[in-house]
Write a protein that binds this ligand. Sequence first.
Ligand code: FES
Ligand SMILES: [Fe+2]
Length: 425
Amino acid sequence: MLSKVDNELLTRVGPGTPMGEMMREYWFPVVRSAKLEPGGAPERVRLLGENFVAFRSPDGSVGFIDEACPHRCASMALARNEDGGLRCIFHGWKVDATGRVADCPTEPEARRDLFASKVPTRRYHAREMAGMLWVHIGRHETPPPLPDFEWSALPDDHIQPQRGILRCNWLQALEATLDSAHVGFLHSRDGALRGSQGQRSESSFMRTYKTPRFEFEVRPYGFREAAIRDLPDDECYARIREVVLPNYSLIPRLPGHIGVTVISVPIDDENVIQWYLRFDLDRPIDTQAYLEFGTDSLDPDHFNSDMGDASNMWHQDRAAMKAGHWSGIVGRTNAYEDFVVQESMGPIVDRSREFLGAADVVIALARRLLLQAVKAHRDDRTVPFLGTESRLTALRALSATYPQGESWKCIDAFNPPEMAWASSG
Ligand code: FES
Ligand SMILES: [Fe+2]
């Protein structure tokens, strides 16, 4: 559990809040690159409780500016997308890709340029990487480098970003991605857990051994966590996750399989975007396999748009539950089930009402590290998790078996041990 005060500290992300200010030290992916057409409609973006627009100029360059026109706050999402910037449809002011006012034709011509140069505006940083537009809205002349994960430099056809949109606080979304204990329950009807009893597969391990023990290792970027299940014949099965705080979870995968990184991006206090970024290091990604993994709508910008809400109990099917389906979230995939339980907690869960147990040790660790970080940043502007020793390309999350008596901490995810099973079945 958390005190109400600490819960507020962790969950509030608007301008001027301690977590909001800390979050503004990081880059966030906000929209798929393919969504921004040259000279096309600007895209509204809400991030950390503020409103912006992203756009691609006719020459192909990207811009990211405040949604409110610097003149009298009309939405720049309505603007004309011209060479050199967006032109507000209200009085024709033009704002360039860096947020600077480039023209204000309502002013007398003789003083127009001088006037334009005096209009106060904020400048943001925007770059494209891994098929997404990334932005940095902190008040820095020079932002930190973009995060350098193993997928950061892959060609676009090796990566498929999709995003879900959740009506709940960002920390609820993050915590579900750190929670290995729920997999054998919430997703127990899913393809990932299908397969006959006794078959050596991740499915059978998770279905048979529902009480994993958890170990972790705190690192400069966050932590590594292992959910360990003891198997017969003196073996262990570990799902070793990498968590890059404040908002990345690298999902354990079998050697040679598609990788998944989940990124939780706060829209505001009560809404969050969750990116499911799938990547294949060796070849263009297989779209069909990708769709079967965890998303089931063809809209990559809002794959859970038909998820429902509390008014229809997220389309839960009680008849299917009577017939043996675990969650009743039928015909849907893991992400949907995660989203439903996260939203069901309410917009901002009151963590002072919880009662945590052994399975929640990783959640408690993440909260402790985030609390330390937000307090350090509030008190002396220390920027956590971005140290130069944090080489993110060196991180890979892995599922592995190894002999009991050895430690998962010795496993090299880039040279994993031989395993007598290969498929999640
Ligand atoms: S409000 Fe945009 S030009 Fe006047
Ligand atoms: Fe899940």
